[in-house]
Design a protein. Structure first.
Length: 227
């Protein structure tokens, strides 16, 4: 088994309200990192069992912390100061209120957190709880909007919901391209590039220039995120 120095290990907690797609997010992250050749619902179920998750039979929801890991190229100027790959441990935490104490207990081991938010619903009770836990433990965090391709999902409404609860310091790092069933990619507001996905494709994006119709919105959002 490959060994890693402590400085080359990151622990990232995946938290959020139950049903917001935490395990599916971990599955997608593993695919993006090249840890699995498959992507999608089958891949999510496969890793659900590999993660060692247990489910509440009545609710059919995970109620135990799961763990997966991936290798990712280190940033030479980053904290590790290494050109080698770093190991990222994804801590997939339960989101339903009955098991939220386990999420809090496990989150203390995280270096950072990704908070999943259903783009149809916006901020929920557990969203606020895990945010408070991150604040208590002084953990950097980011929101991840999920289920963007579902009916009635809305980037704008979700952002308004998050700003109302957590303040206007919540800024976008990506903009969606399309909505609901027409959702087909995102604009990376850091690199200012469009990542486009083919429906029923292999899950890998085509990186292109930002569509002209979205260039103005992207420029404005980029400037806001840089303030």
């Amino acid at each position: 088994m490959k060994t890693y120095l402590t400085k080359d290990i990151r622990n990232v907690g995946i938290v959020g309200h139950g049903g917001t797609g935490k395990t599916q997010l971990v599955s997608s992250l593993l695919f993006t990192a090249g840890m699995t050749p498959r992507w999608g619902k089958n891949c999510g179920r496969q890793h659900h069992y590999r993660l060692g998750r247990r489910r509440n039979r009545k609710e059919k929801s995970p109620f135990k912390t799961g763990l997966a890991h991936a290798e990712w190229p280190a940033t030479p100027t980053g904290p590790s100061g290494s050109s080698e790959k770093v190991k990222i441990n994804f801590i997939d935490l339960p989101g339903y209120s009955t098991f939220i104490t386990e999420a809090k207990a496990s989150l203390i081991a995280a270096d950072a957190a990704l908070i999943t938010v259903d783009a149809h619903v916006g901020s929920q009770v557990t969203t606020e709880k895990v945010w408070d836990y991150c604040t208590e433990y002084d953990i950097p965090r980011a929101f991840v909007l999920t289920w963007m391709d579902r009916e009635l999902s809305s980037f704008e409404r979700s952002m308004e919901s998050l700003e109302q609860v957590f303040g206007r310091n919540v800024v976008a790092l990506q903009l969606p391209i399309g909505a609901e069933r027409g959702f087909r990619g995102v604009i990376d507001l850091v690199a200012m590039k469009a990542h486009l996905y083919t429906p029923d494709g292999d899950g890998k994006p085509s990186i292109e220039e930002i569509p002209a119709a979205l260039a103005g919105d992207a420029k404005e959002a980029h400037e806001n995120s840089s303030k």
